[in-house]
Design a protein. Structure first.
Ligand SMILES: C[S@@+](CC[C@H](N)C(=O)[O-])C[C@H]1O[C@@H](n2cnc3c(N)ncnc32)[C@H](O)[C@@H]1O
Length: 342
């Protein structure tokens, strides 16, 4: 066997083992990152030009090949997605009647990182990938790496397209869709638009991540303390995708989100907390990777205790959560008092 493929096989067996805890897989995820960087033509050692090749799509920011490669340096995140993907594919395999499970990997990055271990542990007659990225350069790196690892037979198609508008061919409906095209609080990058487009065409496909929820609360005060959660602002999962498709909500340029009343006394500035259920009970919680870092509210506003924030999710080129401050009787009285000074 090709030595690089043999090395990958050993790492992959661990990463795809559902019995392993995510914390115990960090070492293997680091080994995987080193392996892909060694065998890729893309140099990750550069200090400049990190954003060369990025683009701003109608659905959000598509990061550059190097920035997408840097995602591999988040071992806990990678372990969660790889273990989840292996689980989703094996579950589908159990009910596929011997036919290969089709996976659509939307936003593969230069290393097709999440797919490689699954390709290494399952034969090509069990799993077939459609590998997609909007950047031709990124897709070319992924293709070269897959060839270098002797895994070509696992790929049915390489697709250079915007996953937020891509039409899936009728005969190629995926059983599993995996896309990690997100940023904290589902801002900036097109995760929501991509899953909306793909799920609408393949509603029976398993989604990874299965659910992303954004909450409003406070950051933890010490590393061993939990964050404070005042309530869920927004959910991205199969139920929400179905509801947005069916209802009148979400047909325009925004999606509905919750309203949250702040506590009367604010000890710190509120934060948006991003929690990800990758698949099954595989989760990424507060502070577990960069995607889960508590984020200040847009514009870092100064807010009074007791204010009510009406949130919505803005679609388009700069996607993300936004809010309006609700006018309460007290705040109207306050503004009259202020007015009376003039
Ligand atoms: C955050 S990186 C993830 C890379 C890799 N999947 C991983 O998890 O390590 C996101 C990738 O998605 C691609 N991407 C972003 N928006 C896209 C879109 N609308 N359609 C297709 N690819 C997109 C970017 O070019 C980038 O390669």
């Amino acid at each position: 066997m090709n030595p690089a493929r043999a090395e990958l096989a050993a790492i992959a067996a661990a990463l795809c083992d559902p019995q392993r805890s995510l914390a115990s897989l960090v070492g293997e995820a680091v080994q995987l990152r080193r392996l892909v960087e060694r065998h890729s033509r893309l140099s990750m050692e550069r200090q400049d030009g990190l954003r060369d090749g990025e683009s701003f799509l109608p659905s959000g920011w598509a990061i550059s090949p190097v920035q997408a490669g840097l995602c591999a340096r988040e071992p806990y995140r990678s372990a969660a997605f790889i273990q989840g993907l292996a689980l989703a594919v094996r579950e589908r395999l159990d009910v596929s009647g011997g036919r290969p499970v089709r996976v659509l990997y939307a936003g593969c990055g230069p290393f097709a990182l999440l797919a490689l271990p699954v390709m290494a542990v399952l034969d090509a007659d069990l799993v077939q990938f459609a590998i997609l990225d909007v950047h031709a350069e990124t897709l070319a790196y992924a293709r070269e790496l897959i060839t270098a690892l002797d895994l070509d037979s696992h790929v049915g198609e390489y697709i250079c397209a915007d996953a937020a508008s891509y039409r899936i061919p009728a005969g190629a409906m995926p059983h599993v869709i995996v896309s990690e095209t997100m940023n904290t609080a589902l801002g900036k990058e097109p995760q929501v638009a991509i899953l909306r487009n793909l799920h609408a065409q393949a509603p029976a496909a398993a989604l990874l991540p299965a659910a992303v929820t954004v909450h409003l609360g406070l950051d933890r005060r010490a590393p061993d303390e939990p964050c404070t959660d005042w309530g869920r602002v927004f959910t991205l999962d199969a139920d929400a995708l179905r509801a947005w498709k069916q209802g009148s909500n979400g047909q325009g340029d925004s999606l509905p989100a919750a309203s949250i009343r702040l506590p009367e006394v604010l000890e710190q500035a509120p934060r948006l907390l991003t929690r990800i259920r990758v698949y099954g009970d595989i989760v990424l919680g507060d502070h577990e990777c960069s995607l889960n870092l508590p984020l200040p509210l847009p514009g870092k506003p100064t807010l009074a205790g007791g204010s009510v924030l009406d949130f919505h999710y803005r679609l388009g080129g700069q996607p993300g959560l936004a809010f309006c401050l609700r006018k309460t009787p007290e705040s109207i009285q306050e503004s009259h008092k202020t007015d009376s000074h003039y």
